[in-house]
Write a protein that binds this ligand. Sequence first.
Ligand code: ADP
Ligand code: MG
Length: 414
Amino acid sequence: PSADLAHARAALREVFGFDSFRGVQDQVVARVLAGESTLAVMPTGAGKSLTYQLPATMMDGTCVVVSPLIALMHDQLRSARANGIAAATLTSADADWRETMDAFRRGDLDLLYVAPERASQPQFRDLLASTRIALFAIDEAHCVSEWGHDFRPDYRQLRPLMDAFPDVPRLALTATADAHTRIDILTQLGIPESGLIVAGFDRPNIRYAIRDRDNPARQVAALMAEQPGPGIVYAPTRARVEKLAEQLAAATGRSVLPYHAGLPPEQRAANQAAFVASEDMVIVATIAFGMGIDKPDVRFVAHAGIPKSIEAYYQETGRAGRDGDPAQAVMLWGASDFATARQRLSEVDESRRQSERQRLDALAGLVETPGCRRGVLLRHFGEHPPERCGNCDNCLSPPGVTDATELARKLLSA
Ligand code: ADP
Ligand code: MG
């Protein structure tokens, strides 16, 4: 294995131009090269793609990558090809599927990206049997679990497909899985418990703050003044996105663009490209924005309303400060957010209601804690952080218990 890792380091330099592995990348790559199935839980931006792309260039045969979103696959395809890796996608959006299948059968591909719905097609199994498969990589693997925050029934077809190729190792990747979900992913994908690798979740350069959402436009404008550089503001609806973008542009005179699914595709693509290229632009967006975006210098992420879950919050705020420089995550919330979310629970399918409710309760715990925010986040992901991080609102200015009792005493004596 150490010889394998030495080769991997050489390939890391040659193919990707990187000097060293980050975090647990080397552990994951070593397992993959040794043919051992693995579930790697690594934070957003930790470099999960590399843990299958690099072995794919070193191993005999093709690495088949399952990914839930066509847009994500095409981003990955572009960056893999830019590094000279022989890669292709097989999706409903590709016109060149014949050429792709031919290249795959000839064994010319290092990487083949496919959508999960392929997994249940008998022809796809035949296609895989026609050549040598080096590795199955399952990206966003939490989609296989009903406990995860983004269940996709198609992911359940992956196990039977992979079981037809028992000698091919499996690599499942996710950024967001609590302890319960991890065990479920292992079971659902047939990976032994000894194959679990978990990277640290802490993002020490992100300062977390969560406060009351009164006058969100004023609060975000103040944040923009205090924290120059690119920022992302998440708002719950298209209408709120549009309005907030206008208010912020008017209040700050800075370049602020909207992003949501209701905009024409060209406009959306243009706004995203402008944001990625800019050094000081703010984008106001629904959660449709951000997946697969790799912009290292985002200085703040603001939420004008609660996110869907702690996992979603961690993933969305994780887009800030990937370059390691100081960044801020500010959530503005109101009691009505939780009321609306609880209302929606009644419309959720019975089978999912309990896990949705737990998710909401966990989020409420984060929002309402008088203690360290980072502590709540990290404990949610199974870590044992110190009591205080020193870089969240509650650590920097502890909510005044004394103030509250003082106030109560005054009210009582009045
Ligand atoms: P994830 O899927 O875990 O969110 P990505 O695979 O998209 O992360 O990688 C995030 C960024 O980190 C990419 O720009 C990638 O090129 C970069 N990266 C990955 N591994 C390394 C490394 N060992 N050294 C430097 N940069 C890396
Ligand atoms: Mg990724």
